[in-house]
Design a protein around this ligand. Structure first.
Ligand SMILES: C[S@@+](CC[C@H](N)C(=O)[O-])C[C@H]1O[C@@H](n2cnc3c(N)ncnc32)[C@H](O)[C@@H]1O
Length: 206
């Protein structure tokens, strides 16, 4: 049986790219620049949605090996269609806390605007750590509750949106990463537009 997040994104999928066009362009362009992924690195994009990040990467590195996972099959249908001409890019309908990959499979793991949805963030981080190569890096971008707008939105969504889990402050986010035995090598918070607040961290295996 689908959970509320899956149901919501299955229903949203058709409108997702157009509704969030500016947000997606701004956040994912930022994330691409921040990540600094080399063309020979293998990338896992967790909760990849409609494959907008893949599209950005492939525009610059058309031979990049990328795997995207997401538990919304409708979001993934769109991602698969966008990347259909790239045989080295694949997508799987999977949950982030149970990854179907061998240990030490990826050089880079990306997760954009999704951490606040996870029921079990620690289980997801444990899986990320397991499938990351020893010298690999994990880069997570998410909403940040240190910004007033996100605090208000968090309260609002907890009341009105059955899919919403919870936003985290940067400290709470970093505590999750450290407790999962990651070392944070670079991190930042930043404002997008007038009110939206995000945080990003790059981390490595301890
Ligand atoms: C806001 S969208 C972000 C999509 C994409 N990363 C982007 O930046 O456009 C959140 C995505 O997380 C996915 N998601 C949430 N929880 C998940 C989980 N536990 N496992 C897999 N996907 C999940 C949803 O299906 C949805 O596609």
């Amino acid at each position: 049986m689908n959970n509320p997040v899956q149901n919501q994104y299955n229903q949203l999928a058709k409108f997702y790219d157009s509704r969030w066009k500016d947000y997606l362009h701004n956040t994912l362009t930022f994330l691409k620049d921040w990540s600094n992924i080399s063309p020979e690195e293998t990338v896992l994009d967790i909760a990849c949605g409609t494959g907008e990040f893949e599209k950005l990467i492939l525009n610059e590195s058309p031979t990049q090996h990328i795997v995207g996972i997401d538990f919304s099959e409708k979001m993934l249908e769109i991602a698969k269609d966008k990347c259909k001409n790239y045989s080295q890019v694949s997508f799987q309908v999977k949950s982030a806390d149970n990854l179907p990959f061998a240990d030490s499979s990826f050089d880079v793991i990306i997760c954009a605007s999704s951490f606040h949805y996870f029921d079990h963030p620690s289980a997801v981080l444990e899986e990320m750590r397991r499938v990351l190569k020893p010298n690999g890096k994990v880069i997570i971008l998410d909403w940040c509750k240190d910004f007033l707008f996100c605090q208000i939105l968090d309260i609002f969504l907890k009341i009105f949106d059955p899919a919403h889990q919870q936003c985290y402050t940067q400290k709470e986010f970093h505590d999750f990463l450290k407790n999962a035995n990651f070392v944070i090598s670079r991190s930042s918070t930043m404002r997008f537009g007038l009110s939206w607040g995000l945080m990003v961290a790059t981390c490595n295996k301890n």
